[in-house]
Design a protein around this ligand. Structure first.
Ligand SMILES: CC(C)=CCC/C(C)=C/COP(=O)(O)O
Length: 270
């Protein structure tokens, strides 16, 4: 008869997910290894076993846990935390996808949400920036616009790379009727609209002189573009949350590597 430890190891190698979920939850009361896991997981016992280790030599088996056993407790906790986050994410995504179809509860707002979607589209922003660059007649203005153009291109590249690596599918209720997409845009993590909205809004707030009401509008626009991704059913909540965070990071990167006429004089002589 195989030992409980051996048969458990066989199960784990057959399905690695089981290892994450069940190692610390489904312990067998008669399994000495399980008992050791549970008792060593308790803070009280941890203190006791520390005392035992330091004060008595009469219980040598309690003194040292094999390193492999200690390591398994953390992945199990992480696995449960990630599964819970994913469950909340899917539930919120489904609940908030109120414009995903014409027949959805807010289906009549879908055309409006699609307008918001277009306002954050990469093509619109790149074309608009190129036009402003062409029209700009001051070198200070050209410097800002050129850096915005680099920011938009960097955003496209980074989002494309992360989407290609993560390969998370868009929510099942999404209708793929988006205007002008790349092949990686069949994937949903992170939201390119959210990265762009966060990055561009920070850029505008920091580099354009705007009246307070316009600054508030810029912030509202960024939030609305991000929110509309979930409402349209295009993205999961975590795609948008991470995208927003990534957009902020991208802006910091652009600030750090700011292109000035002294670095690339040829670009500013156009
Ligand atoms: C074709 C160009 C220049 C950009 C594509 C922009 C786009 C459609 C991104 C996808 O956004 P989500 O990841 O938010 O759905």
């Amino acid at each position: 008869m195989p030992s409980p430890r051996l048969s458990r190891a066989a199960n784990n190698s057959a399905n690695p997910m089981n290892k994450l979920e069940f190692m610390s939850l489904l312990t067998n009361a008669s399994d000495p290894v399980s008992i050791r896991h549970r008792t060593s997981d308790s803070p009280v016992h941890r203190k006791d076993s520390f005392n035992a280790t330091s004060s008595t030599a009469s219980q040598p088996q309690q003194q040292q846990l094999p390193e492999e056993d200690c390591m398994k407790l953390n992945p199990s906790f992480l696995g449960i935390a990630l599964s819970s986050l994913l469950a909340v994410d899917l539930w919120l995504t489904k609940t908030m996808g109120v414009c995903a179809r014409e027949g959805s509860s807010w289906g009549s707002a879908r055309p409006l949400m699609k307008l918001v979607e277009i306002s954050g589209h990469g093509i619109l922003w790149i074309a608009g920036t190129l036009y402003c660059l062409y029209k700009s007649d001051s070198s200070a203005g050209r410097e800002v616009i050129l850096n915005l153009l680099f920011a938009l291109l960097l955003d496209l590249i980074l989002v494309g790379i992360v989407k290609g690596i993560v390969k998370r599918r868009r929510p099942v209720h999404n209708r793929m009727d988006m205007f002008a997409t790349f092949s990686v845009d069949k994937y949903s993590f992170p939201s390119g609209h959210a990265t762009r909205a966060a990055m561009v809004s920070r850029f505008m707030l920091n580099h354009l002189v705007l009246a307070v009401p316009v600054r508030i509008l810029v912030m509202l626009w960024a939030v609305l573009v991000s929110l509309s991704r979930v409402m349209l059913g295009r993205h999961n909540v975590t795609d948008v949350a991470f995208g927003f965070f990534m957009g902020h990071m991208q802006y910091s990167l652009i600030e750090y590597f700011w292109l000035s006429p002294s670095i690339l004089p040829a670009l500013f002589r156009m």
